[in-house]
Each structure stands twice: as structure tokens, then as C-alpha cells.
Design a protein around this ligand. Structure first.
Ligand SMILES: C[S@@+](CC[C@H](N)C(=O)[O-])C[C@H]1O[C@@H](n2cnc3c(N)ncnc32)[C@H](O)[C@@H]1O
Length: 505
């Protein structure tokens, strides 16, 4: 082979390292891994350091590898596919069996290194579903541009924001190893997953075979180019939203400088949404040349025929932001990099960076489109797709006329919880104050008067809110007519915060 052919072969190996033509190969690997005890639960029990997705970066691979050992199948598989630490072939074969060892060889899942074999990919397992990604140790070097990330905070935020309900046709834009597609595949009739990184698509196709999702169609695509003219009722997107000066890694760098890639995606998305369809995506938006991120975000989405919920996450200054993204190995390198990023922000006149989870709903008919900004509660417990669906229903209602609001049947959100604070008084516990909060999802809190908390129970979804007002007024010893003008403002506050939700149409 001459140099040029060798280089092309190496490049091809980086782009598509795993054989993906044979769907049964993936299924056999998945079956083998599960049979040998390689489950998320076992993984987290044996390597608690992986409990938060990011910690694999910080953990001491060798020390953890020593701890899990080579005497059990799980220990060997964790060394290979989670820790990327060499294990001699002989104990590996003994632990996992020749047949499975050879199957991994056939699927090109082993890399031979000094001291034995290591997995060529990382496998994460969750509820019998596998995700393939690259290990942090290959993030720099040959793989770097093609590096495929595993599960990050933004992955989880996007996925947890999406209601798990039936969809006709879903798009996973910037799909990476296909995680969003995998989570939604059981709910969607058709799934298209697109990415510009061929290595990510290769991992995604192998993962889909492992998970038994033949309905997911992977396509190589720069942004929406491979789905031109198509429409979806759900788009999930965790793009390379980081504001970097670089084009070093597909997973992180949009490559257009500043927040231009986020802008591009947000401007283009509405055209690919079917009427009534939702798009969920993360982005970072800069305060630029004195213009607030929110103003710029509104401008990108203005007039696109969508209602918008924009949930604000962290807001950081340029240096803080650059430091937060530094995963460099040496402090000197990190300091120089931070300086370079800050210089880039200076050139763009970026003074702050605001993270958003943006949800669009296509609605080209009826009342004017609206734009609602809220906070992405820092405390979250699992799925919050139901709360996003509620936000849309509540924001629709809160903008209607008072007459329509009085007509609406409302109920206290079923996942609402009341948390009283009691104080000791005269040998008894007395209610001091009461907070309303949510049992799961986005955990926000609202202070209410103890008596009001009880009155809210009257909103049980069976009566029009005007009829509920009659009861509330009676309980307060007032006339409904007198209370009405004051209560409508409070009612809007309760609806606007998802404490009360409309029932039915
Ligand atoms: C932050 S990763 C997200 C991976 C996965 N969807 C998740 O939620 O964890 C961003 C992905 O966008 C892809 N990407 C980068 N530039 C792209 C482009 N111009 N068009 C399509 N995908 C792109 C990267 O290859 C990478 O897989």
C-alpha cells in the first residue's frame, strides 16, 4: 500500500470502525453482554464513579480497573468497554467464553494493545438499551474530530423534556450515537436520525441493531440537508451548541464561530415541523455587542409560525464559560486555551453566555404566536415532558380573554405537592407557611397562604372556573362579583406557573 492508500484506509477506519451490514451481529452482541451481566445497574454498582455521566473523565482508570479485576465476566467487560484498560486475552477469554470473545472480534469490538485487548467503543446500558460512544482517552489525537460523545447533561435535559407519547415521525437532529432516537423509538412509527459525523452514524447503526430498532433510519447530513422537504411531529436536537473558536470536534464545535450554529438550527427548524409538531433543543446564546441573548433569540425565531418556550439554564461570563469547557490535561495548556477563547469572545463582543432549552410548537393558525421565557429549574427529578406539555396548554390559556378563562375547567396539577413548615406553639405544631412544589420533573416552589392552598383543592377539573370562584368567595365570606377582578390576576399567575392546568379543550 502506498502512503496515500494507507492514509485513506486509516481515515475510513476512523469514519466507520464497526461492521453494520449484518443486523443480527448487533443483536447477538447485546444478548451476550446482558447474559454476562453487563447492565447499567451492575455497572453503577461496580463503578460508582460513573453515576454522573461526566465522572469517567476524572476517574483513575487503572485504580478502578484493579478494583473490578479480571476474574469475573463483568469485571473483564467493564475493563474493556467502560474503562478502556488492557486485559490479557487469556483471562478475558476464560471470563466471557471463547464464543463471545470471537463474536466481539468479528464485530471489531476489540482493539489489540500492549498487554491484551481493550474495547474499541464504550457501551452504556440503560433498561436493556445500549449506547455506543468513544472513550475519553481517545478524545485527543487521531479520533478527535470524529469523537462520539456519550451521555452529557445536555443529552439528559433534551431527552427528559420530551413527553413519551406516540409520534408519527420523529427526527433526531445531530444524533451522535443515536441516544435521543433510541429513547423515542418505542413511541414513534418512523424515526430519522441525522448527523454529519460518519463515525457517530456508524455507532448509531450498530446501536440500533443491538437494541432491535429497525425503524430508525440513519442519514449523513449537514444540519437538515438530508431531510430537505420532510416534516416531523417531533424534532429532538442536542447540537454542538458550545460557543468555541474552533472546528476541532464535531460533537462540540458548530464550526461557525460564536453562537452562529445555534442560530442556524433555530432559524431553520420551523420549516421541518408539521403543524402541531414540537422541537426540543439546547443552545447557548451570547449577549453580543450589548444585545441580550434573549433579544437575539427572539429575533431568530420571530415570525416563524411557532409558539416558543425558552427555559434559561446557566448564565456565565466569558472566562467562567471557557473554564467550564476546558477538559485539558495540563493547567498551563488550560490557561492558554481559556485566554484564546476569551479573546474570541472579545472579538465578537460577547460579554455573557446564556444556556437555553428551547421548545418550539408549530402553530400557523389562530391567535398570534407567543414567546414564553422561564427558568430551567436547577433541581430536576426525572422526566419533565408532561410539564412542558402543560406549559404550552397553560400559556395558550393565560393569553385568552378573561371570559374564556372563566369558562375553562381547571384542575390543580396532579403532580403538585404541598409542603408545610410547622412551628411549635403552645405544645402543638402550627402551620407557619406552605409551599407548593412538584413531585417530579422540574422542581420549582411557590409560597402560598395555608388557607389558599386548601382553596386550590376546589379546582378539581369538574366545574368552570367561574363556578369555582363562587365557592372560593363563599369560603372567604365575600361575594364572587367583588372578588372577581382581584382573583383573575391570581388565577393567571396560577395558570402561568402550571399550578392549575386546563382540563380538556
Ligand atoms: C452534543 S453532540 C449530541 C449527541 C447526541 N444527540 C446527544 O444528545 O447526546 C452534537 C452532535 O452534532 C453533530 N454535528 C455537528 N455538526 C453538525 C452539522 N453541521 N450537522 C449535523 N450534525 C452535526 C456532531 O457530530 C454530534 O454528534
Amino acid at each position: 500500500m502506498n502512503n496515500e492508500t494507507e492514509r485513506a484506509a486509516r481515515e475510513e477506519k476512523l469514519r466507520a470502525p464497526l461492521p453494520v451490514g449484518d443486523a443480527t451481529l448487533g443483536a447477538r452482541i447485546a444478548e451476550g453482554l446482558l447474559r454476562l451481566g453487563y447492565t447499567g445497574e451492575a455497572m453503577r454498582a461496580a463503578v460508582p464513579e460513573t453515576a454522573d455521566g461526566e465522572s469517567s473523565i476524572k476517574m483513575n482508570q487503572a485504580m478502578v480497573a484493579e478494583r473490578v479485576g479480571t476474574s469475573t465476566p463483568l469485571g473483564c467487560l467493564l475493563r474493556a468497554f467502560l474503562l478502556r484498560v488492557a486485559t490479557p486475552e487469556e483471562p478475558m477469554r476464560r471470563a466471557v467464553g471463547d464464543a463471545f470473545f470471537d463474536l466481539c472480534e468479528e464485530a471489531q469490538l476489540w482493539t489489540r494493545v500492549e498487554g491484551g485487548v481493550v474495547g474499541s467503543v464504550v457501551f452504556l446500558e440503560d433498561e436493556k438499551m445500549f449506547l455506543l460512544s468513544d472513550h475519553t482517552t481517545v478524545r485527543l489525537g487521531e479520533v478527535s474530530m470524529y469523537w462520539v460523545m456519550s451521555i452529557g447533561t445536555s443529552t439528559v435535559i433534551v431527552s427528559e423534556s420530551i413527553a413519551r407519547r406516540p409520534y408519527e415521525k420523529m427526527l433526531d437532529l445531530c444524533c451522535g450515537g443515536g441516544i435521543q432516537a433510541f429513547y423515542l423509538a418505542p413511541f414513534a412509527k418512523r424515526v430519522v436520525a441525522i448527523d454529519r459525523n460518519p463515525r457517530a452514524l456508524n455507532f448509531g447503526r450498530f446501536g440500533a441493531a443491538m437494541n432491535g430498532f429497525p425503524q430508525i433510519e440513519f442519514r449523513e447530513s449537514d444540519c437538515y440537508s438530508a431531510v430537505e422537504g420532510e416534516q416531523f411531529d417531533l424534532i429532538a436536537c442536542n447540537p454542538p451548541y458550545v460557543m468555541t473558536p474552533d472546528r476541532q470536534a464535531y460533537y462540540r464545535d458548530g464550526g461557525m464561530g460564536g453562537d452562529r450554529f445555534s442560530e442556524r438550527i433555530l432559524r431553520e427548524t420551523a420549516a421541518y415541523l408539521a403543524e402541531g409538531g414540537f422541537a426540543h433543543m439546547t443552545c447557548d446564546v451570547g449577549t453580543m455587542a450589548g444585545r441580550e441573548g434573549e433579544t437575539r433569540l427572539r429575533e431568530w425565531l420571530d415570525g416563524n409560525g411557532c409558539d416558543v418556550v425558552a427555559l434559561q439554564g446557566k448564565r456565565l461570563g466569558p472566562a467562567e464559560y471557557a473554564k467550564a469547557w476546558m477538559k485539558a490535561d495540563s493547567p498551563e495548556y488550560a490557561a492558554a486555551e481559556v485566554e484564546r477563547w476569551v479573546e474570541h469572545f472579545g472579538e465578537l463582543q460577547v460579554t455573557a453566555i446564556q444556556n437555553y432549552l428551547v421548545i418550539l410548537r408549530k402553530r400557523t393558525k389562530g391567535a398570534k404566536n407567543w414567546f414564553h421565557v422561564d427558568t430551567l429549574a436547577p433541581t430536576r427529578k426525572g422526566q419533565f415532558g408532561h410539564q412542558i406539555a402543560r406549559m404550552f396548554a397553560c400559556q395558550d390559556l393565560v393569553r385568552r380573554s378573561p371570559a374564556e378563562i372563566w369558562e375553562a375547567k381547571l384542575r390543580l396539577a396532579p403532580d403538585m405537592r404541598m409542603v408545610p413548615t410547622m412551628r411549635p406553639e403552645g405544645g402543638r405544631w402550627m402551620t407557619d407557611s406552605v409551599k407548593l412544589t412538584f413531585a417530579e420533573g422540574l422542581i420549582s416552589e411557590f409560597e402560598v397562604e395555608p388557607r389558599t392552598a386548601n382553596l386550590l383543592l376546589l379546582y378539581d377539573g369538574t366545574r368552570k372556573s367561574e363556578a369555582v370562584l363562587e365557592k372560593i368567595a363563599a369560603a372567604m365570606g365575600q361575594k364572587a362579583g367583588e372578588l372577581k377582578s382581584e382573583w383573575i390576576g391570581y388565577l393567571k399567575h396560577l395558570i402561568g406557573n402550571g399550578i392549575l392546568e386546563p382540563v380538556g379543550k
